[in-house]
Design a protein around this ligand. Sequence first.
Ligand code: AGP
Length: 609
Amino acid sequence: MCGIVGYIGSRKTAEVLMDGLKRLEYRGYDSAGIAVFHQGRIEIRRNEGKLKKLEEQIRGEGFDGKIGIGHTRWATHGRPSDENAHPHKAGRVALVHNGIIENYLPLKESLKKRGRIFTSETDTEVISHLINDFIEEGSSFPDAVKMALDKIRGSYALGILFEGDERRLIAARKESPLVIGIGEGEYFIASDIPPILPYTRDFIFMEDGEVAHLSSEGVRVFDAGGNQVSKEPKRVDWNSLMAEKGGFKHFMLKEIFEQPRAVIDTIRGRLSEEKGDVILEGVRLDLSVLKKIQRICLIACGTSFHAALVGKFLIERFCRIPVEADIGSEFRYRNPILGKDTLVVAISQSGETADTLAALREGKRHGAMTLAICNVVESSLARDADHVIYTHAGPEIGVASTKTFVTQLVILFLLALRMGRELGVLSHKDGRELIEELVRIPRLMEEMLKSSKQILEIARKYLPARDFLYLGRGINYPIALEGALKLKEISYIHAEGYPAGEMKHGPIALIDQEMPVVVLATRNEVYDKVLSNIEQVKAREGRVIALASRSDQEIGKKADDVISIPETHPSLAPILLTLPLQLLAYYMADLKGTDVDQPRNLAKSVTVE
Ligand code: AGP
């Protein structure tokens, strides 16, 4: 998730761009850059590191151009570096990009065969070469852009400049956000509203496939077929902070609603549906490697540990390799039995959690193969591990992990599927069916998020409760733990996750009409057992909030409240079950008035023991 800005008008272009990039800071970034016209040429200034470094670089430079583009990078392909920072220039074309080009490698190979020289590891640089080549072959700037976009597959929000046309900025959007600001004789593009808000409140929101031409005469928007479309500007009355939250009250709520997009971005370019298999760049898991692996240790802390617990079920089910899930702060102190036959997988959204980092290093010390699952490119964990697979959730501002947790589950599903197919435990048919189910998940998540108001009502109903119990069985048990953690860490209401079958071994003594019990009861091989657990709770006047499969007609007769979960493969149910539990915790915390985005005593990343 990067941020792009662009400007055409009579202000000092570099200043407008830098101001805009600062207002994208909440999106996080590891490098930044701008491209501005000066004496008829496009001047590029860019560097790895914070915006301040870029400011130093351009201090005192007086670009005379009235048009420019800027970018903050949140790396997904290619480490943070000066060369990988945007804007990228090829010949007389410079551009900035937010998104992922899935077919950039074959395109890059064919461009290299034509003698094009690449200076970065990014997918983005391919687009600048494609456009420049088409122009050099005689196409106009607009036609060259259209022809290049027809060749690429993936997601993009683009701002493009061409030295042969100093009056025009072309923008294009597909599956990555892009807005246009309409000022008085000046026009803006940005990935989001905040960079433009200080200059105008009138916005055009581009649709997928659209291309916009910005010039001093105004803005013209064209659809995918090249036909001009009229777009009425809309007025936005948010203040800047509201705009950073996309109009949501808290970053956490925005990030809960971003989850379908985060899953799409994490899956993107990693599925081979016809082969019923997965492509995991960054990790070699062929048979020669897997044959040596006798045991897998999944290690993490907090919410990421709950992902590890789900990963245990997935990998054992798809690969039939023994898996242990361990808490980072425990692992290295129990003198673990590790060796060359062990794969240590460390899961951490920040990639900086001290306990998880130490556990990975313990694994390396024993000669184990190490793999990191991270959300931050080039984080300490990513650098220390032999291999790394990145979630593409984008920066997560809320201290409570939401979209990064769900994308960890997706990566663990992909990893288990890949290894299962390589080992032959999963057939081609199994792989295709699992991938078909996975591809449906983002839409099912969107559907569930539409009924968030029901969760708000349930939060209101149970707000007086001082203690909650969350019950789950099998692969859903870790989600009971996660739901309880979400509630306690942001609302400060005590909650405990428990294996449902354990109730009779003690916790059932807690049950009375004051104690709400959240039960994860989607249809799977232990559904009947969970149903009897609900009956045990009801027999003691407990109050049950059941999360049940949409087709389940039975459970409503037993539970006090039912939250419907769309039908999906049991291995993917944890992803869907997580959403209502995140929302329940969020609404209860918001109703209580706690600091949802920065709960007391907590830090986003625990970098100390
Ligand atoms: C969960 O909502 C918390 N933010 C916390 O438990 C977190 O998951 C844990 O500190 C691990 O962080 P990491 O994923 O960055 O390693």
